[in-house]
Design a binder for this molecule. Structure first.
Ligand code: ATP
Ligand code: MG
Length: 384
């Protein structure tokens, strides 16, 4: 995931006497000096530069090559595309910026991709950052004042914004304005600085963790859902073409079935299968080659990997299939609780292998059977 640390990339030491403070920051202020504002401009520039060099842009080139650039290349998510198509046409015809958009859903379903596509469709810039990188008020201020009319500011993991940053965003989102406190103590004044109209695109895997004032300021709130096998097959066929890899339709379907409904995983598995077929000189990639390769990488026919199976097995063997609490599962498997909740559980629930109950997580009969155990209800009927 793209983590752009504004801290890392703007190495100026922290100054105790910042020239501008925000109303929400409730701090005192020192006199403005010319030299300081120059330093500040440099800092803002450094931060904006930091935003321009994203991992997505400079990182894995293959990943970049296969990332869809326009809305018609974005496969699946029919409802989302329809909603956004309307929003784009309406905003364009009114010559306005797009409404603020909140995208939520499990990792790798195409949130960052969609944000870049929106910018391309609206013919504006997209600045990408992530909430943990916005540490100080001046980070978000720098970003906001640097936006041109209609630009998109993409904030990943938006549920992790600090309270102070959120408060700066409220008037910025609502009225395109920054509220800044100038002066010290009794003489301090709040000044409003107008911003150019912009679009905030927030992405999160945990929509429930967003504060309601922030959530309410998004005009569009859209969930990304897991992809169907036929959609993933199309994504794989498209990516294979871009990677100059020969794959048959059933080969693509075999990879798709094991991709946990997630394009990022589909692309990753495709690369593993491509390596295998090249080394073993087995081309084109058909269902058999794809199956063999993915067995080798421990990805089972439903896409479960070692960690998924370990989670299910531990719950079955140690807790008779549950209910077990998240922390208990984390302790028993050595996995991080948040990773279980955000990465593993959603798919296990989607395929009906796990359920959340008020008393904890439970492995379903299908889950027991998939791991080769007989579920407790069947054990009972066997005994009778
Ligand atoms: N609808 C789609 N059609 C084709 N390819 C897609 C689609 N969605 C995502 N991808 C591919 O999957 C990869 C991962 O998508 P992306 O980085 O947008 O996910 P994300 O939702 O932002 O994940 P995270 O929550 O981890 O940041 C992209 O590089 C892209 O190639
Ligand atoms: Mg992303």
């Amino acid at each position: 995931m793209a983590i752009i640390s504004s801290k890392k990339q703007s190495p100026q030491p922290e100054r105790p006497d910042d020239d501008i403070f925000l109303a929400s920051e409730k701090k005192t202020r020192y006199k403005t000096k010319k030299s300081k504002s120059q330093t500040e401009t440099a800092e803002v520039e450094a931060l904006l530069e930091a935003e321009a060099t994203t991992e997505e842009k400079s990182g894995n080139q293959n990943e970049e090559k296969i990332r869809p650039q326009r809305l018609d290349e974005y496969i699946g998510q029919k409802d989302l595309k329809e909603v956004l198509n309307i929003a784009i046409s309406a905003a364009k015809s009114r010559k306005e910026s797009l409404d603020h958009l909140l995208l939520y859903g499990p990792p790798g379903l195409g949130k960052t991709t969609m944000s870049l596509i929106l910018a391309a469709e609206m013919e504006v810039n997209c600045k990408i950052t992530t909430a943990p990188a916005i540490e100080k008020p001046r980070d978000i201020v720098g970003l906001l004042v640097g936006l041109q009319k209609g630009d998109i500011l993409f904030i990943d993991e938006i549920h992790r914004l600090s309270k102070m940053t959120e408060e700066i965003l409220y008037p910025a989102m609502e009225d395109f304005r920054l509220d800044i406190t100038v002066g010290q103590g009794k003489t301090s004044k709040t000044r409003s600085i107008p911003l150019k109209p912009f679009t905030l695109v927030g992405a999160t895997t945990r929509v429930g963790s967003l504060t309601s004032p922030l959530r309410d300021r998004f005009g569009l709130i859209q969930r990304l859902r897991f992809y169907e096998v036929d959609e993933l097959s199309l994504i794989i066929i498209r990516a294979a073409k871009l990677l100059n890899t020969d794959i048959t339709e059933d080969g693509a379907e075999e990879v798709a079935r094991r991709s946990r409904g997630t394009p990022r995983i589909a692309n990753r598995l495709l690369r593993r299968v491509r390596d295998y077929s090249e080394v073993k000189k087995l081309t084109p990639i058909n269902a058999e080659v794809a199956g063999e390769a993915l067995e080798l990488f421990n990805v089972d026919p439903l896409g479960l990997d070692w960690t998924d199976r370990n989670l299910l097995r531990t719950m079955i063997e140690n807790y008779n299939g549950g209910p077990a609490g998240l922390e208990t599962m984390a302790a028993a498997t050595g996995e991080d609780a948040q990773t279980i909740e955000e990465v593993y559980e959603p798919y296990l629930m989607q395929i009906g292998f796990m359920q959340r109950t008020p008393r904890g997580r439970v492995v379903t009969s299908a889950g027991w059977r998939h791991l080769g155990f007989s579920p407790p209800d069947e054990q009972l009927s066997l005994k009778l």
